[in-house]
Design a protein around this ligand. Structure first.
Ligand code: SF4
Length: 308
């Protein structure tokens, strides 16, 4: 069931997920389309997430936005519920109350181990998004494992002192007992500045076909393929924190319901690091007793598909 409507306010709205936004020219959503999008969300009982560009919006837009309860996703240094930092530079001053998203390429990630470790105690939640996940090699995984353990040591110390900063790569899986995927096109849909619906912002940024407009509403062809129960590998998988990114699936395997090997091995490396973190916290204290992360001997569920 749909729960969220993402509204990209401008063609240059910040990207907060895997795809880069290639648009450089400003184009605000038409004010009537913005009103119609809000009406649609009210009719369908959807929570709106507005995604902002890096410039101040005209007052008439802000007045319309303020007519409805919503969340703001903004580029740093604007203030919002979710603040997105790009280009690998972690700047978290005065962001203690926000969810901080940092988008990085793999090489930047490997250069940011210390910076991320130092940031964790200063934020409520840090979401690290690696934008070239499909390039991960086995060698990269070893480096990644070391980084995850380094961040886990910081989190372990924080949790044992009663503080609970979150890092999507580690603490999400540690606290989940069922999948918490992105569910684009199933639980959320995106309205773009062209007044049309897309499965998610990344589909718009990569110039995919729209899936409906404001006159007739969204109509996603073969929508069942976006659902977990139509995803042969993912529905058996317990890397519950994985985004199961259908956009990345389409980019890498040409099928929205088939993940790439890289998406799976990275998610399982995080899963296993979360398992180690959970064990190390539990050596000192009772913590999330309802969560069980089993020891497994594979990183890609495709390798054990015969067991299902
Ligand atoms: S790790 Fe792979 S199989 Fe598991 S949910 Fe993610 S994409 Fe699907």
């Amino acid at each position: 069931m749909m729960q969220y409507l993402v509204i990209l306010l401008d063609d240059t709205s910040v990207s907060y997920c895997h795809a880069d936004n290639p648009y450089k020219e400003r184009r605000l959503i038409n004010l009537d389309d913005l009103r119609a999008g809000i009406r649609y969300a009210m009719t369908e009982n959807l929570m709106i997430q507005f995604v902002y560009p890096d410039y101040a919006l005209p007052k008439e837009y802000l007045d319309v936005i303020d007519t409805i309860d919503h969340h703001d996703i903004v580029p740093y240094p604007l203030k919002g519920d979710v603040v997105v930092i790009e280009n690998g530079e972690l700047r978290v001053e005065n962001l203690a109350d926000a969810v901080v998203v940092v988008r990085l390429k793999k090489a930047e990630l490997f250069d940011s181990g210390e910076a991320i470790a130092a940031t964790l105690p200063k934020v409520q939640r840090l979401n690290v998004v690696v934008t070239d996940l499909e390039t991960f090699t086995d060698e990269d995984l070893k480096r990644y494992n070391t980084l995850l353990d380094q961040w886990a040591a910081v989190l372990n110390a924080e949790y044992l002192h009663g503080r609970t900063p979150q890092l999507n790569l580690l603490t999400d899986r540690m606290m989940l007992t069922k999948p918490n995927h992105c569910n684009a096109g199933v639980e959320n849909i995106t309205l773009a500045p062209d007044g049309r619906f897309y499965i998610c912002p990344d589909f718009y940024y990569s110039q995919a076909e729209p899936v409906g407009d404001l006159q007739s509403g969204p109509a996603i062809p073969n929508q069942q393929l976006l659902r977990l129960d139509h995803t042969p590998l993912c529905r058996h998988c317990d890397a519950y924190h994985c985004r199961r990114c259908v956009w990345m699936n389409r980019q890498t395997t040409l099928e929205v319901n088939t993940p790439s090997h890289e998406q799976c091995i990275v998610a399982h490396t995080e899963r296993n690091a979360a398992r180690r973190l959970l064990e190390s916290i539990r050596k000192e204290a009772t913590f999330m007793p309802e969560v069980e992360i089993k020891e497994i001997d594979y990183l890609d569920p495709f390798d054990v598909r015969k067991e299902w």
